[in-house]
Design a protein around this ligand. Structure first.
Ligand code: IPM
Ligand code: MG
Length: 325
């Protein structure tokens, strides 16, 4: 709100309680009516981290996070991993220009829940999980990655897959990638196998600019790249469908071991606020929020996980004060 009022924006912020307490009280995660209203009446939503040991079935993940990704067809999981402060990287000599943006496919792949099990609980148990890839689904995420590269002056898009073994989905992704890439002759397109990519993201992450990949590979590699560029405490993400509704969430979970202590690192959530402003076309506001993140780290106004002694609330108050100056 401080960033918005600094720019004279008339922003309405509503708080929705969709947390574990409500579920334990009413047995409800989100109703169909709430889901429709959230998507129809708002431009975007900022989702807090999910996961509470009192809800071992992870109903919130299923109904809210995955439910909204699939229900609102948010096919882009946009995950920027930029090295803001080199000392936060576990790498010995991190390259200062490390800045890789993931376009993780968000509505298909191994996340669709197609499969089943049989002879459960016996030594003969069989479990299958199928990866679903459609031309339409692959085409739109690959297109989004190239269009983002073109719009932001990035010269390379890297496809990550396992086309040497997963021949069917790999073949589809490679053919789509070649076709879309041909329409962008100024952008170089290359492909990496996911195992080699895991290694290379540690070895020379600065080589990568835009990465496009499937749901599961994107899930895994975006955690890896987030750690290389400063840790999950800093990693924001956007679930997008351009021109439509969007859902922003920190990449990290809920850190139940410190629940209630008031020391959860808020920077990834603040990073989501920046992504949300950017998504809504308010680039200057987004830049101010990004400045706050870097300043808080540089000035040591951070929670204990980043070496500071601030609380979650005091980091936020410090940022709001800075934005009001
Ligand atoms: C993420 C998370 C989710 C995912 C979980 C909570 C289902 O790890 O947003 O990366 O796998 O997509
Ligand atoms: Mg994840």
């Amino acid at each position: 709100m401080a960033a918005a009022s600094r720019h004279g924006l008339d922003l309405t912020l509503d708080h929705w309680d969709l947390g574990a307490d409500r579920f334990l009280r009413d047995g409800v995660t989100i109703t169909d009516e709430e889901r429709d209203r959230l998507i129809d009446e708002y431009d975007a939503a900022l989702l807090g981290a999910l996961g509470d040991p009192r809800v071992p079935g992870n109903e919130h993940t299923r109904d809210i996070l995955l439910g909204l990704r699939f229900g609102a067809d948010l096919y882009i999981n946009f995950r920027p991993c930029k090295l803001l402060v080199p000392s936060l990287s576990p790498l010995r000599n991190p390259h200062p220009d490390t800045d890789v943006v993931f376009f993780r496919e968000n509505t298909e792949g191994l996340y669709v829940g197609v499969g089943g099990s049989f002879k459960r609980g016996t030594p003969d148990e069989v479990a299958t999980e199928q990866s679903v890839n459609t031309w339409k689904g692959v085409d739109r995420i690959v297109r989004a990655a190239f269009e983002y590269a073109a719009a932001t002056g990035r010269g390379r898009v890297t496809l990550v897959d396992k086309a040497n073994v997963l021949l069917h989905e790999g073949g589809l992704w490679r053919r789509v990638f070649a076709e879309v890439g041909a329409a962008h002759p100024d952008i170089s397109g290359d492909a990496m196998y996911v195992d080699a990519m895991a290694m290379d993201l540690v070895r020379r992450p600065e080589r990568y600019e835009v990465v496009v990949t499937s749901n599961l590979f994107g899930d895994i590699l975006s955690d890896l790249a987030a750690q290389v560029t400063g840790g999950l405490g800093l990693a924001p993400s956007g679930n997008l469908n351009p021109g439509s509704w969007a859902l922003f969430e920190p990449v990290h979970g809920s850190a139940p071991d410190i629940a209630g202590d008031g020391i959860a690192n808020p920077l990834a959530a603040v990073g989501c606020v920046s992504l949300a402003f950017g998504h809504l076309g308010m680039e200057e506001v987004a830049a101010d929020v990004d400045d706050c993140i870097v300043a808080s780290i540089r000035e040591g106004i951070t929670t204990p996980d980043l070496g500071g002694s601030a609380t979650t609330r005091s980091v936020g108050e410090w940022m709001a004060g800075r934005l009001r100056e």
